[in-house]
Design a protein around this ligand. Structure first.
Ligand code: KG4
Ligand code: ZN
Length: 357
């Protein structure tokens, strides 16, 4: 089969369209992006209804739902962008990390679509796409930078000497920060997904009312730990030695205070470690990506502390914070434009993929 050469497929970023596909967890998403940044459509079909009664994502159900709707979601993305298969220059799909069954649906669909339409395809790391969503949302980002991934599955800091280059500085040794929001929300009887619920409750609470341990391992390390914080919240609500919590016995005021104090403990450590890394590596910027980057308290903490250290902190636009295919399409374009040999169908769904690029 003849794959288009770069000259044929990269006329200019002004009219090159990438179809992005994202199915790594519980969102089925497809997007059409022009060049590296212009989002023409970004359909995100949340499986919220499916998982809410379980209080978390059930992998088998997620996988089945992706399979049921992926074709429709892709067609909606094309329709909303006002384009057809012929207009697409590249297919870009997140092939890991994530749930294996869920990833497989996106990867298989993307490969079949690319093969049937004769388009080049690129497989990329979902976490790199989260960091790229920040580049995509801002005019120009200065490097070197510190990349902070704060999501439901990951909490990691990277040193980025330039765009597209990553050195892992540290990551969580147990729970991810988003996961801890979800678990604490469930302890408090707040609705799933927990991140936005905690943020809302925290607005009416006092972050200094309860002293929870910060979500960290050793102070000098760039690793994180959230299991202790979650347990501290559990003990606070119910008392030591008990594991079952009846959230109905906690007053609204107390829930709000727990939410606010937990949020402070969970997020301030990310801000402090990212700023310390920026200082150590003489970074000009911090890029924050992943679902928790939607949190306004986190944004405020960074906005207050960053300028004092001479660092600019960048966030994704709100619709690009949680899982979405636009970030996958944009990053796919950047990698393809940098070197078309980055494309090729020689990749598999990889739930534990490590390297970012
Ligand atoms: O990036 P994402 O959509 O999926 C993963 O790659 O994991 O992140 C989802 C996580 C969930 O844990 C959710 O509770 C959290 O992001 N989240 C938030 C907020 N919005 C979503 N956490 C704190 N505050 C928010 N506003
Ligand atoms: Zn994600």
């Amino acid at each position: 089969m003849h794959l288009p050469t770069p000259e044929e497929t990269l006329p200019s970023e002004n009219n090159f369209l990438t179809l992005g596909i994202e199915t790594s967890c519980d969102e089925t998403s497809a997007a059409v992006v022009r060049g590296p940044k212009k989002v023409l459509s970004n359909i995100v079909a949340s499986q919220f209804d499916l998982h809410v009664k379980y209080g978390g994502v059930v992998p088998e159900l997620a996988c089945r739902r992706h399979l049921e709707i992926i074709e429709k979601v892709v067609q909606s993305a094309l329709d909303e962008a006002g384009v057809t298969d012929n207009d697409i220059g590249l297919v870009s799909v997140a092939h890991g990390p994530g749930l294996i069954g869920a990833l497989l649906i996106g990867v298989m669909f993307a490969k079949a679509y690319a093969a049937a339409s004769g388009k080049p395809i690129i497989g990329l790391n979902h976490l790199e796409a989260h960091l790229y969503s920040t580049v995509m949302s801002n005019e120009a980002v200065e490097f070197p930078a510190i990349g902070a991934i704060v999501s439901g599955g990951h909490t990691s800091l990277y040193y980025m000497p330039e765009e597209g280059k990553y050195r892992l500085l540290g990551s969580t040794v147990d729970d991810a920060v988003g996961e801890s929001f979800d678990k604490v929300a469930s302890l408090l009887g707040l609705p799933y997904p927990g991140g936005p619920s905690i943020e809302r409750a925290a607005l009416r609470g006092d972050p200094n009312s309860i002293k929870f341990p910060l979500g960290m391992t050793k102070k000098r390390s760039y690793n994180f730990s959230y299991a202790g914080l979650k347990t501290a919240v559990l003990y606070h609500i119910k008392g030591h030695g008990k594991t079952k919590v009846d959230s109905n016995i906690i007053s609204e005021d107390e829930k709000n205070d727990v939410a606010a104090s937990f949020q402070y403990a969970a997020l301030s450590v990310i801000v402090n470690k990212a700023l310390r890394a920026a200082e150590e590596f003489k970074a000009k910027s911090i890029l924050v990506g992943g679902g928790v980057s939607r949190n306004n308290y986190l944004r405020d903490l960074f906005d207050k502390k960053g300028p004092k250290k001479g660092v600019r902190v960048y966030f994704p636009r709100p619709d690009l914070c949680t899982d979405n295919a636009a970030m996958v399409a944009g990053l796919g374009y950047v990698k393809y434009a940098r070197d078309p040999s980055n494309a090729g169908p020689d990749f598999e769904a990889d739930p534990n993929i490590r390297s970012l690029n």
